[in-house]
Design a protein around this ligand. Structure first.
Ligand SMILES: [Zn+2]
Ligand SMILES: [Zn+2]
Length: 718
């Protein structure tokens, strides 16, 4: 943005001071001030000149979607306002942006509002520099703007009834409604109605994965969850993410919403439609889960929603302002170490992340495979895409491929390099191969650590602790419990977890009992069977006999150093569960089960394996078995395991820190969404005099990989 101001010294000074407190959605990354020759009052008015294409090519200020602001909310319920109860009320400070932009420069004709010409009253506001709606591209009113409409469960349009009132009635009566929001469809029902929640699970074929709950307001949210000041701030922020907090009340509906979980994902109403749905309604909280079936991407196009959500929704609340791209709700998890991003999407993308060191080239980083994001970067700006999802799905794949082209247009960045994961089978890697650009392969965990460093504005060197489910190592084996000493584009593997067998291969990950049984076999051979251990309840004995035959055969029984698998195996041994219905379920429930009142810690051994340390879990598993034989419950085993792991990780890290004389460590990988591990480990590392970096803007899971790839590739020497 280029601003030209003219006037006496004091006024110019006052202008610069005012600029330090920009309006809610403005973000000033950097500013330069220079003198220009006065035009001596040639133009006395304040005017915004049309976007100049050349300038738009350099930077495009497409901002993220923002929650409704306080002023618009007041007008929404003011009977004297001309936008009273108008579901598309918005202004310069709020409303949809990224989700409705179709091209650049960001002007109304380049949004999905293009087909709604402004009426004279809206135009007057749009052109008045003193108005809150001055140059707000998506503004509209009941006269000139979009409208909501109602469809029945068969997708037939229902005329006559007020759609909002009809939906409130349906929800109050325990029905399930598909609601078109900012970045896609939600499926909603009364969160305190057990039958509705149970029915929603059944229809959605979502067995146990937690639902998010939208509370009427902060005070209702505070009755459901334990809200810290930071959680309050996040819930009320313009980004309005889902915030995962400790659960407070224990209603039977909540155990359907988040089974075997002590936390709950909460969010507040963020669009005018949400506020209208709560206004005067008898329910206080709504399940607001993604509008999809099972693991598909959420619906955002009306025709698609009416087909795919048929049989799930009792009715559809639709509107005629098209969503141009799917943007999922963002998710943050509260921990004692601050909020940890779990999914960075609506409200955050496409705001750039400022890099401490400029990239040497414009780069496209294609990310990993699951929880996929990609990133485009040039200079000191990194644009990490919204959450794309799991690339195996055809619709997700399309949003990835289309998304790359869209980001190129929006940012004006034309990549000269493409960074990709080492894994040859990742679809993102195969996409990168087709681009015809020089390719920079980046090891998965190296990318995790680089991502965490970039997230903290740190160049390194640092000791990276990368714990996750699985990633392709540079030796062709599966990694995931790694200490990497990272220095820009270089890293050395300083330590790792002792390998764990994956009987039946990676497809067996949905059956953690296999991993647990494999660990027990490694330690006790076959001597652990028939002793009444909890894991035996989960086992398919015939299947196990089959799988055992292939031990030592890397084709059928690959091994991995992944800490995520250690959690799976120990959770199964401890009796948490034998199979899972969503990713990470065994580990999540194992964490949730912990009992803080129990003391003690399981031992880990550190050995030397060639040029690196190895964290050995065999004593740990023996200690778990010992706990079980003493009838210690899962809560005790969980606490002692987490504490033991934290101490061992801190010890190994301290040893490496002494060896390489580096005092900074960075924690990344999906395992660090485990709040208990984080809360135990971070103080231990700090006690040892280390500076600890954890993720703040991008997730520690694979959603953060693209940023790390980008920084590593862009840092290669010219
Ligand atoms: Zn507003
Ligand atoms: Zn209007």
């Amino acid at each position: 943005v280029e601003i030209e101001v003219e006037g006496p010294e004091t006024s110019r000074h006052a202008f610069l001071t005012a600029l330090r407190k920009p309006p809610p959605l403005a973000r000033i990354d950097r500013q330069t001030v220079r003198d220009a020759s006065p035009r001596n009052g040639e133009s006395r008015d304040f005017s915004i000149l049309p976007s100049n294409d050349d300038i738009a090519d350099q930077v495009t200020p497409v901002t993220p979607d923002a929650a409704i602001c306080a002023d618009c909310l007041r007008e929404l319920f003011d009977p004297n306002d001309r936008r009273y109860r108008y579901p598309f009320i918005t202004c310069t400070h709020c409303g949809p942006r990224f989700s409705i932009v179709t091209g650049v420069p960001y002007d109304r004709p380049q949004t999905t509002m293009a087909s709604f010409p402004l009426c004279s009253e809206c135009r007057a506001e749009y052109e008045d520099p003193t108005d809150r709606r001055f140059h707000a591209q998506p503004i509209a009113c009941p006269v000139c703007g979009p409208h909501v409409s109602l469809f029945n469960s068969e997708g037939v349009s229902l005329q006559g009834a007020d759609p909002i009132e009809a939906v409130v009635d349906t929800l109050e009566a325990g029905g399930i409604v598909a609601i078109k929001g900012i970045g896609g469809y939600h499926l909603a029902c009364d969160a305190f109605n057990v039958d509705s929640c149970t029915e929603l699970r059944k229809r959605k074929i979502r067995e146990e994965k937690p639902f998010a709950v939208m509370a009427r307001n902060l005070s209702v949210a505070g009755r459901i969850g334990n809200l810290s000041a930071e959680a309050n701030r996040l819930l009320q922020s313009p980004q309005s993410p889902i915030v995962i907090v400790p659960r407070r009340c224990d209603s039977s509906a909540l155990s359907v919403i988040a089974p075997n979980n002590r936390t709950i994902g909460l969010l507040l109403p963020y669009s005018p439609i949400h506020h209208l749905l709560f206004h005067g309604a008898r329910y206080d909280a709504l399940v607001m889960t993604s509008g999809n079936c099972s693991d598909e991407p959420i619906c955002f196009e009306d025709d698609d929603a009416l087909v795919r959500l048929r049989g799930i929704a009792d009715c559809f609340l639709v509107h005629n302002r098209p969503i141009h791209v799917r943007v999922d709700d963002s998710v943050s998890r509260m921990t004692k170490c601050g909020p940890v991003p779990v999914r960075r999407s609506r409200g955050y993308a496409p705001a750039p992340i400022c890099l401490k060191t400029s990239l040497n080239y414009p780069v496209l980083a294609v990310g990993a495979m699951l929880k996929h994001t990609f990133a485009l970067g040039s200079g000191s700006r990194a644009y990490v895409s919204q959450h794309i999802g799991d690339l195996e799905n055809a619709a997700t794949w399309k949003s990835f491929v289309d998304g790359v082209e869209r980001y190129k247009k929006l940012t004006g960045i034309d990549p000269e390099l493409v960074a990709h994961d080492l894994h040859p089978d990742y679809l993102s890697t195969q996409y990168a191969e087709r681009l015809g650009l020089p390719m920079i392969p980046v090891q998965h965990h190296h990318a995790h650590i680089a991502s965490c460093l970039a997230d903290n504005g740190c160049d390194g060197p640092a000791i990276g602790i990368a714990f996750d489910g699985t990633g392709y190592g540079d030796d062709g084996t599966l990694w995931g419990g790694e200490w990497l000493v990272v220095d820009g584009p270089r890293y050395t593997r300083a330590a790792s977890l002792r390998h764990i067998a994956l009987p039946g291969g990676e497809s067996g990950i949905r059956q953690p009992w296999r991993i647990g049984a494999g660990m027990l076999d490694t330690i006790y051979a076959n001597d652990w069977r028939g002793r009444g251990l909890p894991i035996e309840r989960f086992m398919e004995n015939d299947e196990w006999e089959q799988l055992r035959r292939y031990f030592g055969d890397m084709t059928y029984t690959p091994t991995t150093s992944a800490v995520g698998r250690l959690f799976d195996g120990v959770a199964a041994i401890a009796g948490v569960r034998g199979s899972i219905t969503y990713e990470g379920q065994a580990a999540i429930e194992f964490e949730q089960a912990h009992d803080r009142t129990v003391d003690g810690a399981h031992p880990f051994d550190t050995t030397r394996n060639g040029d690196r340390y190895e964290l050995d879990w065999s004593s740990t598993v023996r200690a778990v078995i010992d706990d079980l034989c003493r009838n210690r419950n899962i809560g005790a085993v969980s606490m002692r395991f987490h504490r033991g792991l934290a101490v061992a990780v801190a010890d190994v890290t301290e040893q490496i820190a002494r060896d390489v004389r580096i005092r900074v460590c960075a924690l990344s990988g999906g395992v660090f969404q485990n709040a208990l591990l984080l809360e135990l480990l971070v103080p231990l590392l700090r006690d040892r005099g280390l500076r600890v970096l954890i993720h703040r803007e991008v997730p520690p899971n694979d959603g953060g990989i693209s940023l790390g790839q980008l920084v590593i590739a862009g840092g290669k020497a010219i």
